[in-house]
Design a protein around this ligand. Structure first.
Ligand code: N1C
Length: 248
């Protein structure tokens, strides 16, 4: 029992790979390229699925590197037209609703973000299958797991490609609307290019008072990261969800 538990497919503390991962990737890719963005450069979904699988299949699930995803990202870089980007942290659903209404784009509106959204995946050395029983948990097993590294490298490329004015939707109902350990805080904000302008929107739950504001310490921290990179910053606070969606 001991040996099976610690060396077997069940040894990680996170949930296993999403069932039918390959099939979902292929179907989402077909939908995206044919229906959601038919105008976009035609892309080979079979090649994209294969590059995704090769990135992690048969590998140690705790030894993911950014380079593992190079071929995949080169097939479909997460770039969007100038001035259309929306970043978010702890406001996923709201940011997507906002982007949809304004015809702006989150990372999940790019092909690779769309393919991977909500999925889990990991492999196992010596096996050509996904591990459907367990995958490494970020805290309990390792940070360098394939899902975390995927979002980090994709988010980094997404942020690097930003130009003109971009926006971030932050959760004003948290004590620290800006979390320097989040992907937005660790990866996206520090990779914006000089001369980009970031507009932060602090949005709180309708019917409750906000818990953080543009003058709070977490936003001052964000401002200092951006100042160091010559990124311009504007901040809007005290907006309820409804006000934000209607008037922003
Ligand atoms: O850590 P976060 O948010 O600050 O990351 C959000 C930030 C966004 O601006 C996106 O561009 O980073 C990008 N991003 C995703 O698009 C994404 N989709 C799904 C980052 N993470 C993403 N996920 C998963 O949600 C991923 O597993 C990651 O760890 C969480 C992010 O949650 P968060 O703390 O709300």
């Amino acid at each position: 029992i001991y040996k099976w538990h610690y060396s077997g497919l069940n040894r990680w503390h996170g949930a296993g790979s999403t069932a039918d991962f390959q099939k979902i990737i292929q179907e989402r890719c077909d939908t995206y390229t044919q229906t959601i963005r038919p105008g976009s450069r035609s892309r080979n979904c079979q090649a994209i699925r294969q590059a995704f699988m090769s990135a992690f299949i048969s590998k140690d699930p705790c030894k993911a590197t950014k380079e593992d995803y190079n071929s995949l990202i080169n097939l479909a870089p997460p770039t969007v037209p100038c001035g259309q980007q929306v970043f978010w942290s702890k406001t996923k659903e709201l940011a997507h609703e906002y982007a949809k209404r304004r015809r702006l784009m989150t990372l999940e509106d790019t092909l690779l973000g769309y393919l991977a959204d909500g999925l889990r995946w990991c492999g196992e050395p010596g096996s050509s299958d996904l591990n459907i029983w367990s995958c490494p948990d970020w805290r309990k097993d390792c940070r360098t797991n394939y899902v975390s590294v995927f979002w980090e490298v994709l988010s980094e490329r997404f942020a690097e490609s930003a130009c003109n004015t971009v926006r971030v939707v932050l959760n004003g109902s948290l004590e620290n609307a800006f979390d320097s350990m989040s992907i937005f805080g660790r990866v996206e904000a520090p990779n914006l290019r000089p001369q980009v302008e970031l507009e932060a929107w602090l949005v709180h739950d309708t019917g409750k008072p906000p818990s953080d504001s543009c003058s709070g310490s977490s936003i001052r921290k964000l401002k200092s990261i951006l100042d160091g990179r010559n990124v311009k910053f504007r901040c809007m606070d005290n907006l309820s969800r409804d006000q934000f969606l209607q008037r922003s």
